[in-house]
Design a protein around this ligand. Structure first.
Ligand SMILES: Cc1ncc(COP(=O)(O)O)c(C=O)c1O
Length: 431
């Protein structure tokens, strides 16, 4: 498209009218298209249906230790599940705790435990302090921010770069403020920007000097094996980096099979130093006698080992990649060269992050909604739902069929063009 700044007011008005006609035509179609959340589509869910037939009344229902999985026990997971996730996360099995179906619950419970009891190096529970703050690299994951809001933790926005959080900002903040107890990180194929943290960022996070002696990194590696191409991004092992830097207790890692098998019935996992895990296990043992061991066992029997996991994830990529490619192709053909939007081209994960001109995202999302296209609310990718530049829109291409996705992105492009022209026209009136 032509750059708006090269068009005069008449040309802008004419283009605006043309685009409005196309937009109105969509209005009459009474569409209902949803790209709000990163949900796997039914074809992806079908890939794991075989798992449901693996445990029957005649199956061997003992775990690797010979324990009957039908009974209580095994707070930190069955041994074969710990061994499987240890390989997936490149961490030793003693540093692994396998949980229920949601890593988000494990994150919530870990933050709650720290608020109620502190962590091993705390002098008091975090909630007894006058203020507790977390760093939130943004755009980021709205549900991390919701955990902070629910627990009365003040959020400090830190800029995201193409290689991770702006480490100059992070290092300065944690060095000076003892109330900063944590940082949220989605280090691989980040939600929503799709970037992977560089080795340097991982090392700086592991090494940095923190005023709070009980500072923790919440390392949500949700997209650890979710590559879209044969050239996956490389992520340095933060656990090793923390140990090497003399901070073995600094990090809590999380992941799950929600987008490997089923979001409605996956297995979640967390990892940390034995010191941290022993502390947490004592707290968690009051909440549960043990997780769903049936689900853990059938997951291990289904996914088997890293080779099978890799092959399984390739099947997901074969379904997802054409959807990501379609979105990027339409964005390029409709908006390319116009200098009114920029977008990510991720190598994995579940999202494409798009930035409009400053001050346009809310209106774009609202306009799209009025013709039946639901996007993640503008602002959701920032703490307190407030995008300071009102420009970030998260696109989740996984769930809609290709034909619906195509229509939805074309509408999104129309809305971006209309809102940008209006902005340009109002600026030229003001000048
Ligand atoms: C970064 C991130 N973490 C966690 C989750 C949710 O994980 P789970 O299903 O294991 O709770 C999501 C889901 O979209 C996510 O994007």
């Amino acid at each position: 498209m032509k750059r708006l700044k090269d068009l005069n007011t008449d040309e802008l008005n004419e283009l605006r009218q043309n685009l409005q006609k196309q937009y109105d035509a969509y209005k009459n179609q009474k569409l209902s298209l949803n790209m709000a959340r990163g949900k796997p589509c039914p074809e992806q869910l079908d890939l794991s249906m075989g798992m449901l037939d693996l445990l029957t009344s005649t199956s061997d229902l003992t775990d690797a230790n010979g324990t009957d999985i039908r009974n209580y026990g095994g707070l930190d997971g069955i041994p074969e599940a710990k061994a499987f996730f240890a390989q997936m996360m490149d961490i030793s099995p003693e540093e692994i705790m396998v949980g229920g179906n949601a890593s988000l619950s494990m994150m919530y419970d870990t933050v709650s435990a720290a608020m109620l009891h502190g962590v091993p190096d705390s002098t008091v529970p975090w909630s007894k302090l006058p203020s507790v703050k977390f760093l939130c690299p943004s755009p980021g994951y709205d549900r991390h921010f919701a955990i902070c809001e629910r627990q009365n933790i003040e959020m400090i926005t830190v800029d995201m770069t193409d290689v991770g959080p702006d480490m100059d900002q992070v290092e300065k903040l944690v060095r000076e403020d003892a109330a900063i107890k944590g940082i949220w990180c989605v280090p691989k194929y980040s939600n929503p920007t799709g970037i992977t943290y560089s080795d340097e960022v991982v090392d700086r996070l592991a090494r940095m000097e923190t005023k709070a002696s009980d500072f923790r990194i919440f390392w949500d590696n949700a997209y650890i094996v979710h590559h879209l191409t044969d050239r996956p991004d490389h992520l340095k092992n933060i656990m090793d980096a923390c140990k090497a830097a003399g901070h073995p207790d600094r990090v809590f890692l999380f992941s799950s099979t929600s987008k490997v098998t089923f979001p409605g019935g996956g297995v979640a996992v967390m990892a940390s130093s034995v010191n941290n895990l022993n502390f947490l296990k004592q707290k968690f043992s009051v909440q549960t006698i043990g997780p769903d061991k049936f689900n853990q066992l059938r997951h291990v029997r289904f996914l088997k080992d890293m080779e099978h996991l890799k092959a399984h994830m390739k099947k997901h990529a074969a379904i997802l990649k054409p959807k990501f490619d379609t979105v990027i192709k339409i964005l390029e053909s409709e908006l390319g060269g116009g200098q009114i939007a920029s977008w990510s081209r991720p190598n994995g994960g579940y999202f494409i992050s798009l930035n409009t001109l400053d001050g346009c995202a809310k209106e774009v999302v609202q306009m799209a909604k009025e013709v039946g296209v639901t996007l993640t609310p503008a602002g959701a990718t920032f703490p307190y739902g407030k995008d300071p530049r009102d420009r970030n829109i998260r696109i989740a291409p996984s769930f809609p069929p290709l034909s619906e996705l195509t229509t939805a992105i074309k509408i999104l492009c129309l809305c971006i063009q209309i809102v940008s022209i209006e902005k340009r026209l109002s600026q030229s009136v003001a000048q």
